[in-house]
Design a protein around this ligand. Structure first.
Ligand code: DGY
Length: 316
């Protein structure tokens, strides 16, 4: 069962071997509908918005052998519950890392240089005086310091891009990676030092118990008043209420966000009213090529788990 419409070649790969039931809509399935639809499935191919917990696993029944995530993140799946039931959980690493790193960089540039506000200014007919000495002054990206939190695939690729922009790069990660440090000339520092020294702080950790709200008031307090917080990982890594307060009180210069504590964010979320934020609708991996690749990998994860011999990107 595929919970939402995914691009080719995903459906075709699966149809070669299995009876495939795909929700034809792009919308998230209502939970009750999801619970009904997964009945008797051998495999569920799911998205970030689907909460796959014991209730869904129970509803699928004892045939369920694979939960394939159409994403690299898997915080929407109760992994412990799946392990208990010997259900394989898979994801789509590698294929989306460069695409997400590109998007991260576009948030850095957009936030620093007022790209979205300036675009609106032109479109709304407010550009009255031609070239102006103080119109949309922003912050330099070249020559500034980037702090990367989490030096996994995406974090490393963001660091690589930053070096191309002439940035000084610091990183903090659970484990130190001396190879990448020397390849890219980047420095390992504590989280506190990273927050104090960086002009842009970019988050690239997965969401789990220890990363939940890892960026809260006490951490934001350490950042420079002129710094920007960038997040393309998971919204819950940041305490959003604390971020909103810090932005209101001008404790930091701005934020570029692709992810939020609750998605989609409500139109009453104060972040929306702020000029110093750039807000995207969770599109880190959204290119034609990458979404097709994710469809291929997530479909092959099912085929190879159930009948094939090829690679299965298993979680744990
Ligand atoms: C992921 O894969 O986890 C991203 O958030 C969406 O592609």
């Amino acid at each position: 069962f595929i919970t939402r419409k995914i691009p080719e070649p995903g459906p075709s790969i699966l149809k070669k071997y299995f009876q495939v039931n795909m929700n034809p809509e792009a919308n998230v399935l209502d939970r009750q509908v999801l619970i009904k639809k997964v009945k008797n499935a051998d495999a569920i191919l799911c998205m970030l918005g689907d909460k796959i917990d014991s209730r869904v696993m129970d509803a699928a029944g004892p045939k369920l052998r694979v939960i394939s995530c159409y994403s690299v993140g898997y915080d929407h799946v109760d992994i412990k519950e799946a392990e208990k039931r010997k259900i394989i959980v898979t994801n789509t690493p590698d294929v989306l890392a460069n695409t997400t790193a590109d998007l991260t960089f576009s948030l850095i540039l957009s936030a620093a240089r007022n790209i979205v506000n300036a675009d609106c200014h032109v479109r709304n007919g407010n550009w009255k005086f031609g070239w102006t000495p103080d119109l949309f002054l922003g912050y330099d990206v070249y020559g500034s310091t980037l702090g990367v939190i989490g030096l996994g695939e995406i974090g490393s690729l963001v660091a690589k891009r930053a070096k191309g922009f002439g940035m000084n790069v610091l990183y903090y990660s659970n484990s130190r990676n001396r190879k990448i440090e020397s390849e890219l000339s980047i420095s390992y520092v504590s989280l506190e030092e990273l927050l104090q020294r960086s002009d842009f702080v970019s988050i690239h950790v997965s969401l789990n118990k220890s990363s939940f709200h890892m960026i809260d008031e006490s951490k934001i307090k350490l950042m420079k008043k002129t710094a920007f917080l960038i997040n393309t990982s998971r919204g819950k890594v940041i305490n959003e209420q604390h971020l909103i307060k810090a932005l209101r009180d001008k404790k930091i210069a701005g934020a570029g966000l692709d992810v939020y504590e609750d998605e989609p964010i409500s139109t009453s979320n104060p972040l929306i009213q702020m000029q110093q934020t750039v807000l995207l609708p969770h599109i880190g991996s959204a290119t034609y090529k990458t979404r097709a690749k994710m469809a291929e990998v997530s479909a092959n994860n099912i085929v190879n788990s159930l009948i094939g011999k090829g690679t299965v990107y298993k979680i744990r």
